[in-house]
Design a protein around this ligand. Structure first.
Ligand code: ZN
Length: 113
């Protein structure tokens, strides 16, 4: 996106052997793309991404925050961690509950807050 080219430079030497990496592997992305914050990185090669949406209360004429969570594949060359603001893209289903992949880290946790 901008000044910092987050994912690429480190592993440009063909280090990433992840077959489910959208750049180095065989998985194609199609469908929806959106941004969210990594809520959990405890799974192997997967992260949970939390996306904020606004829920409207007509009675009070106001909005409240609601969150949707998505499980996404976390390729080795991206390696997103808890608190990172990431962009995820839809893929074919990668497992029972996972059909997204992290395509870039927009902001690392340290740069936020
Ligand atoms: Zn890769």
């Amino acid at each position: 996106m901008a000044k910092k080219t987050a994912a690429k430079p480190k592993e440009a030497s063909g280090e990433c052997k992840d077959p489910r990496c959208p750049v180095h592997g065989h998985v194609k992305t199609r469908g929806r793309v959106f941004e969210g914050i990594v809520a959990s990185d405890k799974m192997a090669k997967s992260v949970t991404v939390k996306k904020e949406r606004l829920y409207y209360y007509p009675k009070f004429n106001r909005y409240a925050k609601r969150f949707s969570t998505y499980k996404a594949h976390n390729p080795l060359c991206i390696n997103a961690r808890v608190g990172d603001f990431v962009r995820i893209a839809e893929t074919r289903p990668l497992s029972k509950t996972k059909s997204f992949v992290v395509i870039e880290i927009i902001k690392k946790r340290e740069d936020l807050s």
